[in-house]
Design a binder for this molecule. Sequence first.
Ligand code: ZN
Length: 219
Amino acid sequence: MKKNEKAIVVFSGGQDSTTCLFWALEHFTEVVAVTFDYNQRHAIEIECAKAITDDLQIEHHILDMTLLNQLAPNALTRSNIAVKNGEDGALPSTFVPGRNLLFLSFAGILAYQIGARHIITGVCETDFSGYPDCRDQFIKSLNVTLNLSMERPFVIHTPLMWLNKAETWAMADDFGKLDYVRNKTLTCYNGIIADGCGECPACELRMQGLNHYLQEKMS
Ligand code: ZN
């Protein structure tokens, strides 16, 4: 049964947030999406998000967050910084300090304005690459803060929090959307839609998860 309430999905056009979009459509009667434009390395990310929301006929807000780019030069925002995994416990070069803090706070403000109670984000602690703002504890803490700051009973939902990539593919498949997510989303750090470049850390994670899931499904 869908709840007769309004939900807003933090949406990047990637595998995780697209799966969350389908999750939201299963759970709430009214769903809108919000995408943050922080001059990411690949403007195609925004185009990809737009194409999906157009296709699914979902109200789509794109918010200018270029301030984040100004504050936090990093591999996702500057093309002259290489994408690298963190070594010896260091955070990867793709870490943008405060990103989820800002994104979810702005999503909360938008939720207030449009009368949405539910906020959905695809953050995940399982393969969180050490990003502190993907942890469950952070999300719960921010949920309390948002509610106190605006006196609204917002609920932040994190459907992927404890899933690995294979389980995220399984969720998309449960909704009958595996091929959709596989073919229309962008996860690749090199800006290639669908199966991507196959070589960057994001593609590796995505492909490993998909292979793992498909193998399990066959057996
Ligand atoms: Zn790639």
